[in-house]
Design a protein around this ligand. Structure first.
Ligand code: AMP
Length: 113
């Protein structure tokens, strides 16, 4: 755990959040500034800066499983939803702990965002 990382603290319950799913490797909690009716962040409990920071395969698989669990719990799995991983400054990544945005609950259209 990285002591100055807000998502490390949330993922390891140093700071509590609004959790939607959790297992040994990952957790999912609601974004504090939601951009859609469902806007949940899936994060690993270990600290990785982003998706190209040597993330182990079992962690990536756990994140994918968590996306499925979130989609089921939120009732957006059948209609469809969007998963986004902002990576680095050019993508506007503001929290430098790997996270996947899961967005859904409305028609997101064909544009990127
Ligand atoms: P990104 O631009 O991909 O780095 O997005 C970071 C996201 O984290 C933004 O959508 C923020 O609203 C969200 N966020 C930042 N701090 C918190 C927090 N303490 N709890 C929940 N969501 C947060």
């Amino acid at each position: 755990m990285k002591d100055d990382c807000i998502f490390c603290k949330i993922a390891n319950h140093v700071i509590e959040s609004n959790y939607v799913y959790e297992d040994d490797l990952v957790c999912a909690f609601r974004d504090m500034n939601p951009q859609a009716p469902t806007h949940v962040l899936v994060v690993p409990k270990e600290h990785y800066a982003n998706i190209v920071d040597g993330v182990p395969g079992d962690t990536l698989a756990a994140m994918a499983h968590a996306v499925d669990e979130v989609a089921k719990a939120e009732g957006i799995r059948e209609d469809g939803f969007r998963v986004i991983a902002n990576t680095g400054d050019a993508a506007g990544q503001t929290v430098h702990h790997l996270h996947w945005h899961v967005l859904g609950g409305k028609n997101l259209g064909e544009g990127l965002l």
